[in-house]
Design a protein around this ligand. Structure first.
Ligand code: OAD
Length: 254
């Protein structure tokens, strides 16, 4: 399958860009075998009820169920490997002076691929925090208790991810808003662009004059507003874009 044609103007602008910001969602990890959330049949929210698994109330009701569901997701991600889309973003970071990777993903695959300047807006599956104190813990005992106990206060540990009804971590969100408002090019990759405040970031970029590029096989509510729409899989389009923009001879490729 060949990737969608790459607009020549995007190629020129990316080659010259000094500030690039990228927002990723579950779609970038789909080609690593990590399920997305909202796709019919395969999405996690098609098979599981977020109200039973991804809210503070759900945890209060059934902490064991919630902890074990996240442990199952952690195990799936542990068995996955970063894909060509994650790796292409590492290449872009190497070439662009100011590069910010904003992700809604909790799978840690960007860091495993080798990206550095990452803002995790929705937390990380591989961290835990105390449910009562709301403070992260360095590590947790892998014993019989599920969920394990906080080593400081003995309270229950929960995954350090953002649940429905919770606010995003303030520092990363502020940094993401700044990156969006100062970027010359902003990419929205593999996200349904439905969950706020992340979904607002491309609009912040558009408002300050950035070119916004969407990479997604499906249209989203953002699609009518973007400067360039690249219709297809991130794992195919991103490597093709990197090759075209920076590799010798890449400019001549169709
Ligand atoms: P969604 O599942 O809502 O959307 C995934 C998007 O990825 C869809 O638009 C797909 O069309 C697209 N997609 C699928 N395969 C792709 C591929 N190979 N390349 C590019 N795009 C592809 O996931 P998110 O937008 O990440 O929040 O969802 C946002 C948030 O909602 C998540 O962070 C999670 C969820 O509830 C929390 O858990 C707080």
């Amino acid at each position: 399958m060949s990737a969608a044609p790459l607009p020549a103007e995007l190629v020129t602008r990316l080659r010259a860009a000094r500030r690039v910001a990228v927002l990723t969602g579950a779609g970038i990890s789909a080609e690593s075998g990590v399920p997305t959330f909202r796709e019919a049949q395969t999405g996690l929210w098609a098979r599981y009820n977020p109200e039973e698994l991804a809210t503070p109330e759900a945890f209060r009701r059934n902490p064991k169920l919630v902890w074990e569901w996240y442990a199952w997701r952690r195990e799936r991600v542990r068995q996955a490997e970063p894909n060509a889309g994650h790796r292409a973003l590492v290449e872009i970071e190497r070439r662009v002076p100011e590069f910010t990777l904003i992700t809604q993903n909790v799978d840690g695959l960007h860091r495993r691929a080798g990206s550095h300047n990452i803002l995790e807006l929705h937390g990380n599956l591989f961290r835990a925090k105390c449910f009562s104190e709301d403070r992260p813990v360095e590590s947790w005992p892998d014993g019989d208790e599920s969920p394990p106990r906080c080593p400081r206060c003995g309270g229950l540990l929960r995954p350090d991810v953002v649940w429905f009804g919770e606010t995003l971590p303030a520092g990363p969100l502020r940094a993401a808003e700044h990156a969006a408002a100062t970027a010359e090019i902003f990419f929205s990759i593999g996200t349904s662009a439905l969950v706020y405040p992340a979904a607002d970031l491309p609009f912040k970029a558009l408002a300050t004059g950035a070119a916004v590029v969407e990479i997604n096989p499906q249209p989203t509510p953002l699609s009518p507003h973007v400067t360039f729409s690249l219709n297809g899989a991130a794992g195919e389009i991103l490597p093709a874009l990197v090759a075209r923009v920076w590799e010798p001879g890449g400019q001549q490729r169709p």
